[in-house]
Design a protein around this ligand. Structure first.
Ligand code: F6R
Length: 242
């Protein structure tokens, strides 16, 4: 879907979450961080104030920087608290984010997958997309069969995310990320993208060949995946779908 602007994109994404919670109050939500979903989270907070109940919801975040403690101001734990969780009534025990401070990343990744399986899988996964086509922190070249893993960040990702850190050297080089397979197992996916810097990645993901060199292209194989794009992010699509 191509919408007018960032506000419309965020509202439409919030509508998808509301629709799910109306039919399934104990839904499992998959969440992303970064700049893109901030408007969605603001919308969800508004809707919570208007009566939307999150008390039975369980959440799983896509990823966390490896080596950052949860109270570090650039950690994704901190981000989620700041932008969403502090405002909603999701029980703390129902919130799941990979522990980036773990001394045992392989065990942490295995237990993360086990927790997702235990609640019956993710109903709705929200995704952003990197300028290099990554989803989660699955960088170009990541095997489609991967589940949650310790991954290396691509130079383009370190560069893009350095805006959140004081110095480029401070950006962690690794992360714990749900894998492509973990993402493809989600029952429904909503990918959000806004801005011209995403236009090439979006065109390649939607209209290009399905290839591990462009991780988001795998979504062409998902049975229930919606892209919600602003005009700028959609501008390189040859077959625009309203
Ligand atoms: C975030 C994530 C990443 C971002 C992507 C886009 O949890 O997994 O894939 O969605 O890097 O980031 P922004 O939205 O900052 O452009």
């Amino acid at each position: 879907m191509i919408v007018k602007d960032y506000t419309e994109m965020s509202k439409l994404a919030a509508d998808a979450v509301v629709g799910l919670l109306e039919s399934k109050p104990a839904a499992v939500l998959g969440l992303a961080t970064g700049s893109t979903p901030i408007g969605l989270y603001e919308e969800l907070v508004q809707r919570y104030h208007h009566g939307l109940d999150f008390s039975q919801v369980t959440t799983f975040n896509l990823d966390e920087y490896y080596g950052l403690a949860s109270d570090h101001p650039t950690s994704y734990h901190y981000y989620m608290q700041q932008h969403l969780f502090q405002y909603l009534n999701i029980p703390a025990t129902s919130i799941n984010i990979p522990n980036g401070a773990t001394p045992e990343p392989a065990g942490e990744c295995r237990s993360y997958e086990a927790k997702i399986a235990k609640v019956g899988g993710i109903d709705l996964q929200v995704l952003g997309i990197g300028t290099n086509g990554h989803i989660g922190f699955n960088e170009p070249g990541t095997p489609f069969g991967n589940t949650t893993s310790l991954v290396n960040l691509a130079p383009a990702t370190i560069e893009a995310n350095s805006r959140f850190f004081e110095r480029r050297e401070d950006v962690p080089r690794q992360a714990l990320s749900m894998g492509i397979r973990s993402i493809m197992n989600c029952r429904r996916i909503v990918l959000l993208a806004n801005g011209e810097n995403k236009a090439n990645a979006i065109a390649a993901a939607v209209e290009g060949p399905i290839s591990e060199t462009l991780p988001a292209s795998v979504l062409q194989l998902h049975p229930d995946c919606t892209f919600i794009l602003d005009q700028a992010a959609a501008k390189n699509l040859t077959h625009s779908r309203g």
